[in-house]
Design a protein. Sequence first.
Length: 233
Amino acid sequence: MNLYSLLLMLPQEVAADDGFVNVLVGRFNEGGEYMWPVLICLIVGLAIAFERIITLNRADINTRKFIVNVKGALEEGGISAAEEVCANTRGPVAAVFQAGLLRHDEGIEAVEKAVVSYGSIEMSFLERGLVWLSLFISIAPMFGFLGTVVGMVEAFDAIEQAGDISPSLVAGGIKVALLTTVFGLITAIILQFFYNYVVSKVDRIVIDMEEASIELIDSLVLMQAGRPVTESA
């Protein structure tokens, strides 16, 4: 296929996309007022998910390389040099390392307590917003089901007022009612995908923090014993 053929096909693809968008907007309008809570859940949920993804990607570092740099700083410049490396590195792993190094003069037990405490704090920062994302995943289908139930009630009210079961009347009312359920389920599916991705990212960072904490304590024990820190690598 040459370039000329691709250029001829491009307007058709754009028109098809516009047609899909128009159909989607039309279905949304047919769903009635209960479509708006579902849309709000989708927009706010996506905003939280994107914010978490950006934050977690910025917090994610090459943990192995960072540990090697800290151990090298401990060998060459001592605790102060290692603290400087931690201060110049972003992310929760570096923050936990720095918290432990700041308590090194109080003993290994104090370092362990500091690492555990700051690790819990950093974990809470990593998981911030996930409760709301989980909430929107739960209530979006509920809003859809609510719209469906209300729509079914209105459809039966119309049948009662008409005094006759008209197939077009029943089918139209049920179709409009089910649209809210469809959009609610689609919203939940989209948000669930992002939620699982964020949770897996948080879990991996937490594992990195735990492994790095063990490396830090081992390095400080070797320092106190006067042995090379690189032995714990």
